[in-house]
Write a protein that binds this ligand. Structure first.
Ligand code: HEM
Length: 253
């Protein structure tokens, strides 16, 4: 394949060796050369992209083949870096406290919902099934983000002014739903270790963890009520949650 530089030299030579060319011919040669260079560039980009995408695909497949503990460590590292990125982004933004509060609240809600989705999706796709053991990590990270969201509210928004907080909470359904969700998530996070499962016994532990099906709807209702206009996202999350609950109902009966 001729390079763009080669075609450009051809174009220059054509202009120099044919001084009798009129303006229209010059323009036509210029346009054709640009078109050819551009099409070459597109093909070149497409080919490198193809190669790159197959490399990325290979890398992703390699990731899936890593031992489960390594994949868990990678997930922890990724979510830790995401948190650092969120803090950095908030520091650069105009309103540090509300940016931090919204970032942690929103990503906490995503992670909690994803942790619920893993089981139903694992029945449909084998590659999700291979990550079933990571469900607990996702849930715990969801709780960590949610706990930071609550701490930011207490520490940075109200500066530990408990009486002002009580005034805010009183009769505020939106805040009450948040507190309700947080109180339900707390025992789930505390019993997320192997030791706790052993101590409680699997049946009791499983029963306790059905609380997620109450806590996450409360989180999504809280998210919905936090929005003044942009309600599409919590509504979509509500729809996903509804589908998960239907799936649960059909598979638990
Ligand atoms: C003590 C409990 C909680 C309190 C006091 C609280 C407080 C708040 C406040 C003040 C807002 C901002 C509303 C606004 O923009 O006007 C908010 C938004 C939000 N909260 Fe909470 N929250 C609590 C628990 C939770 C929990 C457990 C979650 C779960 C992850 C959560 C997820 C969210 C989400 C997703 C938003 C919307 C963020 C956005 O607009 O981008 N909250 N919360």
């Amino acid at each position: 394949m001729r390079t763009c530089a080669g075609k450009y030299t051809d174009f220059k030579n054509a202009l120099c060796t044919a001084p009798l060319l009129n303006k229209a011919e010059c323009l036509s040669i210029a346009c054709r050369s640009i078109a050819v260079c551009y099409s070459d560039w597109i093909i070149f980009k497409f080919l490198t992209k193809l190669k790159l995408s197959s490399r990325i695909k290979g890398a992703v497949l390699d990731l899936f083949n890593l031992p489960i503990t390594t994949r868990k460590h990678l997930l922890n590292l990724g979510l830790c870096l995401a948190l650092i990125w969120g803090v950095y982004d908030a520091l650069m933004g105009p309103d540090l406290v509300s940016d931090l509060r919204d970032f942690t609240g929103r990503y906490g809600a995503y992670l909690l919902l994803i942790s619920l989705l893993v089981t139903p999706l694992s029945q449909r796709w084998r590659w999700v099934k291979r990550h079933l053991a990571m469900r607990r990590n996702i849930g715990v990270w969801g709780f960590i983000y949610a706990a930071l969201h609550v701490l930011i509210w207490i520490m940075l928004e109200f500066f530990y002014d408990w009486s002002l907080m009580l005034d805010e909470i009183a009769g505020n359904l939106f805040i009450l739903l948040g507190i309700f969700a947080f109180l339900l998530l707390l025992p789930l996070a505390l019993t997320s270790t192997h030791k706790a499962i052993k101590y409680l016994g699997y049946r009791k532990w499983q029963l306790l963890h059905t609380l997620t099906y109450v806590a996450i709807p409360a989180v999504i209702a809280h998210h919905f009520m936090a929005q003044k206009t942009a309600t599409l996202e919590p509504l979509l999350m509500g729809l996903v949650l509804f589908l998960v609950l239907v799936w649960r109902y059909r598979h638990v009966r």
